[in-house]
Design a binder for this molecule. Structure first.
Ligand code: EPZ
Length: 431
């Protein structure tokens, strides 16, 4: 079994490089299924969700080879959708992008019901609504989702989503890119990774306009061609390091970012007394020991990202006064709070709001990563707690963070990954 051990007390200083965005890389990797040719994708992060996605595509017959660090050639010229092991889909949610990609490629699709972090009910009704509007006949049975396009081809139409959904917006963009006629997605998600996917598809010859706004217009094209494309930087990884720098009272330059994507995070840090200086493709964050309380409500982009919620709770636990975080996207993203309480955090959860009594010193304790962002929040808590914190279930953190231990070590954190000798196949290794 592996765990991360972090000794608190070191302010973070220096430079950290942000990797490519996991939540942009995943839809773009699956979008390669639409292309009967080679695509070269750069700035792919070295995270577990990418590895799982590569394995799913390889099981379908795709050829994927590494050209250099973080650059891969993905060739989906010859693929078969019947050959994907169903349990692969439970490993992470993004595999359901295969629905849109397979439908767009061959007029039929079959995937297992999606897994992913447990934040309560995570339905896919808006995805289904979109596929049916395009002429897909959907069948849900035996834990699988199968869709057949009437007459073998999807037909463009207008789709108004009942709520803002990143996944549904992505899936319908994938399905509509090669449909007959024009599709308009209204009430679309506006996240930077939606824009990144649209830019990738347009580089492959698609005709998509309006990505980044709440109305996206997709004129179907007969086919897509191969291309070379670089993934945008990960705004959530960048925000995570911004909060780590602020929490430890250090001074860190976070490189390879798009500052515009970080505006809601920078605004909240500024509100509590943390200095954030915007540079061309970096931000400089200077922590302060006198942080003041605030209220946060997570919201789809450009609002404060839900994927920054657990990290922000740790920071606000150190700010004087009572702060509030309201989760505006998911039913229940508070499972991490129990782990934080074990470290002495004074937090009450009332419905969708956490009430955080700030100013309490945290103390080390054995804790778990309950999900990807809850897990990285435990690392941040360990960076500021008295003593040595052990974080278990770190595979959940490695789903979305590329070399988080190495990057933190290089800016002064006393942190290491430990493989326990009880796992007979591995040697105890501390780096
Ligand atoms: C994506 O999940 C991200 N995952 C999540 O990041 C992120 O939290 C989320 O978008 C919001 O930004 C990936 O990109 C792989 P949604 P997704 O569809 O697509 C409800 C991380 O930490 N909903 O926008 O599943 C749903 O229940 C992960 O990197 C419906 O009701 O998010 C949820 O409450 C965690 N019906 C809300 O909308 C639907 O058909 C947002 O879901 C679809 C969604």
């Amino acid at each position: 079994m592996e765990k991360i051990v972090v000794r608190g007390g070191n302010p973070l200083f220096g430079n950290v490089e942000v990797s490519g965005m996991k939540n942009a890389a995943l839809p773009i990797i699956y979008a390669c299924v639409l292309v009967k040719n080679k695509c070269i994708i750069e700035n792919i992060p070295g995270v577990r969700d990418v590895t799982v996605s590569f394995n799913i595509l390889r099981s379908m017959g795709a050829s994927i080879r590494m050209l250099s660090k973080n650059t891969y050639e993905i060739d989906c010229t010859n693929i078969d959708i019947e050959s994907v092991p169903v349990d692969s889909f439970r490993k992470m949610r993004a595999s359901y992008y295969l629905l849109g990609a397979e439908l767009g490629r061959m007029g039929r699709a079959k995937v297992g019901f999606p897994g992913g972090c447990d934040f309560g009910e995570r339905p896919i009704d808006q995805h289904i609504k979109g596929f049916e509007a395009l002429g897909g006949v959907v069948d849900l049975e035996n834990g699988n989702i199968s869709i057949e396009a009437k007459d073998g081809k999807l037909v463009g139409t207008n789709i108004f989503f009942d709520l803002v959904s990143v996944g549904a917006t992505i899936n319908i963009m994938l399905a509509a890119a090669t449909a007959e006629g024009t599709t308009i997605i209204d009430n679309a998600a506006r996240e930077p990774h939606i824009v990144d996917l649209a830019n990738f598809l347009n580089t492959c010859g698609a005709n998509i306009r309006g990505a980044g706004t709440d109305m996206i217009k997709i004129k179907g094209v007969p086919s897509l061609h191969g291309c070379t494309y670089a993934i945008i930087p990960d705004m959530i990884e960048a925000g995570t390091f911004m909060i780590a720098a602020a929490a430890t009272g250090g001074c860190v330059r976070i490189n390879n970012v798009i500052p515009k994507h970080l505006e809601s995070i920078a605004a909240k840090l500024d509100e509590i007394g943390v200095t954030v200086e915007e540079l061309d493709d970096a931000v400089l964050v200077k922590g302060s020991h006198e942080m003041t309380r605030t209220s946060v409500k997570t919201h789809p982009y450009p609002g404060f990202p839900t994927d920054m919620h657990p990290q922000m709770t740790v920071l606000l636990s150190q700010a004087k006064g009572v702060s509030y975080i309201t989760e505006g996207v998911y039913e229940n993203r508070f499972r991490y709070v129990d782990e934080l309480r074990r470290m002495g955090a004074q937090i009450k959860v009332d419905g969708r709001t956490a009430i955080i009594e700030g100013g309490e010193k945290l103390s080390a304790a054995p804790v778990k990563a309950v999900d990807l962002r809850g897990g990285v929040a435990m690392i941040i808590a360990g960076l500021i707690a008295e003593g040595e914190t052990e974080v278990e279930d770190i595979h959940l953190i490695e789903r979305g963070y590329d070399d988080i231990v190495g990057k933190l070590q290089r800016i002064g954190a006393d942190i290491r990954k430990v493989i326990l000798p009880d796992d007979e196949n591995t040697l105890a290794k501390a780096n």
